[in-house]
Write a protein that binds this ligand. Structure first.
Ligand code: HEC
Length: 278
């Protein structure tokens, strides 16, 4: 009897998922965009030592649906870059934690992935930058702040991809890029003594038609859909809208916008239609 029990226990242990074989690939794919050095997550989830001591907390946050952060609800629409864990992946985590979070055999160890430093999409055709850094005060409420970034191109361009890079991912909750063809935001800027101007107003700046140009911490950069691009007129400004959060110390923030140009006129344009769950 005791022997049988011991045998069952041994078998269960042998079948239990291990960090190197089963758990690391899940965390690298689903969590490491934010949970690695320099990104927004409060700790790295790359190595066994990082993960083991937090294994129960990780499972608890995943079961609660709090991690990875994922706002959409409903299952009927597929999303690009969906980072939710599949039921099978959750099951691996559950069984791994229940087995005491074993490391597993060192032969199963994989290379910790290399994440691109700098622009995810390669070298931009044009980099535009906030003229100066804005310093987020150490405390106080969240703030919206707008920054005019003149494009100063000799000719109009078709833009096929946009990537934002912030030199500070702790204090930036999210960012949006708008296009200002009439320089109206410059007038708002002139009325505010600080770097940029306050508030959620954007003058006459708006989204280029059909495109959402935004950034959140951990975002995977993507070019626009193949064959689509938006028009950047020669003297237009971009308007960077930043939602900023005080962190307890003054945080200078300077954001760059990388643009990639399409060699020719786009062959199609994005459209949207209202969608309601059936
Ligand atoms: C889009 C960025 C992002 C992704 C992806 C992400 N996290 Fe997080 N995580 C955060 C941030 C930011 C915090 C700190 C703020 C908070 O707790 O909400 C955090 C906090 C946590 C905490 C601590 C929670 C607490 O209560 O203190 C755990 C555990 C965690 N994440 C696990 C995970 C796991 C596991 C995954 C992948 C399955 C994951 N996270 C994916 C951004 C992310």
């Amino acid at each position: 009897m005791v022997l049988t029990l011991a045998l069952i226990l041994l078998q269960a242990q042998a079948a239990a998922p291990t960090f190197h074989r089963d758990v690391a690939p899940i965390l690298w794919q689903r969590c490491a965009a934010c949970h690695r050095p320099g990104e927004v997550g409060p700790f790295a989830l790359l190595r066994y030592a990082d993960v083991r001591k937090r294994s129960e907390q990780i499972l608890e946050r995943v079961e609660a649906g709090a991690m990875p952060p994922w706002a959409p609800t409903g299952e009927s629409l597929p999303f690009q870059d969906d980072r939710r864990l599949s039921p099978a992946e959750k099951d691996v985590l559950r069984r791994w934690v229940a087995a005491g979070a074993p490391e597993g055999a060192l032969e199963d160890r994989r290379e910790v992935p290399q994440f691109p430093e700098g622009w995810q999409l390669g070298t931009p055709d044009l980099v535009l930058e906030m003229p100066e850094a804005f310093v987020v005060p150490e405390d106080g409420p969240n703030l919206f702040r707008n920054f005019v970034v003149p494009a100063r191109q000799k000719q109009g361009r078709w833009v096929r991809a946009v990537e934002l890079r912030s030199d500070n991912s702790r204090a930036v909750h999210h960012a949006e890029v708008l296009l200002d063809k009439t320089h109206s935001a410059r007038r708002c800027d002139a009325r505010d003594a600080g770097v940029g101007f306050a508030g959620e107003t954007a003058g006459g700046a708006s989204k280029p038609e059909g495109f959402f140009l935004g950034w959140t911490p951990g975002k995977v950069a993507r070019g626009h859909l193949a064959g689509t691009a938006w028009r950047l007129p020669p003297a237009a400004d971009l308007l960077l809208q930043l939602h900023l959060v005080p962190t307890g110390k003054p945080e200078p923030v300077r954001v760059k916008v990388g643009l990639w140009f399409a060699p020719e006129v786009p062959s199609s344009s994005p459209s949207w239609r209202a969608w309601a769950p059936r």
